[in-house]
Design a protein around this ligand. Structure first.
Ligand SMILES: Cc1cc2nc3c(=O)[nH]c(=O)nc-3n(C[C@H](O)[C@H](O)[C@H](O)COP(=O)(O)OP(=O)(O)OC[C@H]3O[C@@H](n4cnc5c(N)ncnc54)[C@H](O)[C@@H]3O)c2cc1C
Length: 360
């Protein structure tokens, strides 16, 4: 017996990477009339940052464009079963930002958040220690969803309608001649194409020069926590980055620290009852950090025909539906639904940097 993978020799568009961006782009390529796009994934679908992420979706961002993208993405996740044919477990139980400084409180208020006193925040999450907090900001149109379901939904739908998905197949080079894309070289041969969507997450810079930094982010999963509210909002101690949400009957926790020993005192300060909860499992994944904590999205100046989207700095999962569609529109030379030209990487050369401050 032998395994006989047959890669298409040619495709109108090749997508590199099978996280939320690649899967969404593939889905929208098919939706927009591209007949047989190909997606190559080095490992398995959702094995990069997407499969490690908290699945959080929210609308409170300091950058208005992020607010609009995420508001539309949430709408699409709400319609996902009808439009993509996959049931999701979207739990819009809100995001509760715990704010220590007047400056943060004023900024979130200006962004349109529903502001709560620290005491009211404790009514929402009775286990909180609110000492030292100035206020809380509640984002009602927010919550979380299992990321793998989103990737599975998009990729299955696309494959059913003609897309070709090749897993365990790394792209090793984007080929170009005379400044134009001519193909994608992979571990299993070359696919001739004039358009490539580069959605390889933090690994995108191995194939195209982008200002990306990798930051490890760890998540920890507790034993069952029945005392916490059933519909717990995703709660964030904004100053430290410590956050938690429900994961079934248990809790999921995360933060900026690289070990549980470092995170534990920060977490227990806001949530003292955590000291009594055992940790059952843990994992980590990469945040794809850009210099201004905003996405890098656009068409490469050279080679022509290369379209990229990465650098989401911790909020990329929730941009998948809108940015995936945008990538497909760029690749097919269609009018984009959203003008995302301000996220072009050229902004660092022209000085048109856009700082996103609500990075978790
Ligand atoms: C712990 C954690 C929590 C997070 N929480 C949230 C959250 O609550 N909300 C939110 O919006 N975002 C969150 N994020 C960020 C989010 O996960 C990412 O922004 C998003 O998943 C990026 O998706 P992507 O498709 O661009 O990249 P990825 O999911 O990393 O996908 C890239 C894919 O490309 C593949 N690949 C790489 N190189 C090649 C190659 N040469 N050839 C072929 N394939 C290749 C990889 O194997 C991978 O599957 C979190 C991230 C982490 C780590």
């Amino acid at each position: 017996m032998r395994i006989n993978h047959v890669l298409p020799e040619r495709s109108e568009v090749v997508v590199i990477g099978g996280g939320v961006m690649g899967a969404a782009a593939l889905h929208y390529l098919v939706e927009l009339g591209c007949e047989k796009p190909v997606l190559v994934e080095r490992e398995t679908l959702a094995s990069g940052s997407t499969g490690r992420c908290a699945g959080g979706v929210r609308t409170l961002f300091s950058d208005d464009l992020n607010r609009r993208i995420c508001d539309e993405s949430i709408r699409r996740l709400e319609r996902f079963a009808d439009e993509v044919g996959q049931e999701l477990d979207l739990r819009l139980w809100g995001y509760l930002f715990l704010l220590a400084t007047e400056v943060d409180a004023a900024r979130f208020a200006a962004e349109g958040a529903r502001m709560l006193s620290p005491e009211t925040a404790r009514e929402v999450v009775p286990q909180l220690d609110v000492e030292g907090l100035t206020a809380a900001a509640f984002d009602e149109r927010a919550g979380y969803v299992t990321p793998d379901l989103v990737v599975q939904g998009y990729s299955r739908r696309a494959a059913e309608r003609g897309a070709h998905i090749e897993q365990s197949c790394a792209a090793t080079r984007v080929l170009a001649e005379n400044g134009r894309v001519t193909g994608v070289e992979t571990q299993r041969g070359t696919i001739a194409t004039e358009r490539v969507i580069l959605a390889a997450g933090v690994w995108s810079s191995e194939l195209f020069d982008l200002p990306l930094e990798r930051e490890r982010r760890h998540m920890f999963f507790t034993e069952d926590a029945p005392a916490f509210p059933a519909e717990l909002p995703l709660t964030i101690d904004f100053a430290t980055g410590f956050y938690f949400h429900r994961e079934g009957a248990a809790l999921a926790l995360g933060g900026r620290e690289q070990t549980l020993e470092e995170l534990a005192p920060i977490a227990a300060r806001r949530l003292p009852s955590l000291e009594d909860l055992g940790i059952r499992s843990t994992w980590w994944g990469y945040y794809e950090m850009s210099p201004d904590h905003n996405a890098l999205i656009g068409a490469a100046a050279e080679p022509e025909g290369l379209f990229y989207a990465t650098g989401f700095s911790g909020h990329g999962f929730q941009q998948g539906p809108v940015v995936g569609e945008h990538l497909a529109q760029l690749a097919l030379a269609l009018e984009p639904t959203f003008d995302l030209s301000q996220f072009d990487v050229e902004r660092f050369a022209t000085g048109a940097v856009r700082l996103e401050q609500n990075v978790i």
